[in-house]
Design a protein around this ligand. Structure first.
Ligand SMILES: NC(=O)C1=CN([C@@H]2O[C@H](COP(=O)(O)OP(=O)(O)OC[C@H]3O[C@@H](n4cnc5c(N)ncnc54)[C@H](OP(=O)(O)O)[C@@H]3O)[C@@H](O)[C@H]2O)C=CC1
Ligand SMILES: CC(=O)[C@H](N)C(=O)O
Length: 267
């Protein structure tokens, strides 16, 4: 099998849901794939189907991204495989229980996966992308990154981290031909919900998007050059206004004197 001229995309959390759809869509766009998740059987089934249907080369790597040794194996692949030009940081778990009903060790595991693994894989991928003159990082965040009141707060915090990191990466890499995108799905019909503690069937149907539609919209946003893509948001202008409000704060976020309303006489 010849290497794809498009390059290779490494997709984490590719054994189900959003990650499996990204794998499908990227293979159909001509990318070779490296698929990462814990469930080897599922990865294997997906890889066989996609290589038969698309003719692309699909490699699987079983790894638990809450475990440092497994993360290191994926970091090594990202550092050493010069064909990789796309990283989809998708693997993640959530929780729907509030703080008082949550197990703090599970919260740490969530941060290990949603934050630490995503950060380490990004650090492993970016130097190679820069050296080779381009590529893309797609980070699957969530609307809870801007609406942390909705589900478990640690989950919201983990996705706010992804949004902040994406802002910073975009700022640092924009002149290096590296595309950075954060995707902010709302409720999406995947196994996420059952694992997080609330079956998706318990949600009102009108707020739940099909995973296929979510990924197709996210890739359309990518093609349109968006940095932040909220697949369900009807008006792009609403996100632009949110971003403009953030930008407006910037000149005043660091000053030598406290604001007058605090009544502090500057020393
Ligand atoms: N569904 C939703 O409503 C929304 C989801 N998201 C985000 O989308 C992303 C994908 O979730 P989604 O597709 O919905 O859910 P799924 O549960 O279907 O997929 C999660 C994926 O992550 C993998 N994964 C979970 N734990 C680990 C681990 N320790 N190490 C490696 N891989 C792991 C799973 O594979 P395996 O079990 O084989 O390891 C699976 O492939 C997540 O980051 C989630 O936060 C964002 C907003 C909304
Ligand atoms: C916002 C949602 O409903 C979603 N499940 C998420 O993971 O953030």
């Amino acid at each position: 099998m010849t290497k794809s001229a498009k390059g290779t995309a490494l997709v984490t959390g590719a054994s189900s849901g959003i990650g499996a759809i990204y794998a499908d869509r990227l293979a159909r766009r001509g990318y070779d794939l490296i698929l990462v998740a814990r469930n080897r059987e599922r990865l294997d089934g997906l890889a066989k189907r996609l290589s038969t249907e698309t003719g692309r080369s699909i490699e699987i790597v079983a790894a638990d991204l809450t475990k440092r040794a497994d993360v290191s194996r994926i970091e090594s692949i990202l550092r050493s495989n010069a064909n990789i030009n796309v990283l989809v940081n998708n693997a993640g778990v959530g929780a729907t229980a509030p703080l008082l009903a949550s197990d703090v060790d599970k919260m740490s595991d969530m941060i290990a996966l949603n934050v630490d693994a995503l950060m380490r894989l990004t650090y492993a991928a970016v130097p190679g992308l820069v050296a080779r003159g381009g590529g893309a990082i797609i980070n699957i965040a969530s609307v809870v990154g801007v609406q942390p009141e909705l589900l478990n707060g640690v989950y919201g915090g983990s996705k706010a981290f992804v949004l902040a990191l994406t802002h910073s990466l975009q700022h640092e890499l924009k002149d290096k031909n590296i595309r950075v995108q954060a995707v902010l799905p709302g409720a999406t019909a995947t196994e996420f919900w059952g694992i997080a503690g609330t079956p998706v069937e318990h949600l009102p149907g009108e707020i739940v998007m099909k995973a296929e539609d979510m990924v197709d919209a996210a890739l359309a946003g990518f093609d349109q050059g968006e940095i932040f893509t909220v697949p369900s948001l009807p008006e792009a202008a609403d996100w632009q206004a949110y971003e403009a409000a953030r930008q407006k704060l910037m000149p005043n976020l660091s000053r030598s004197a406290p604001a007058a309303r605090y009544g502090v006489k500057a020393a």
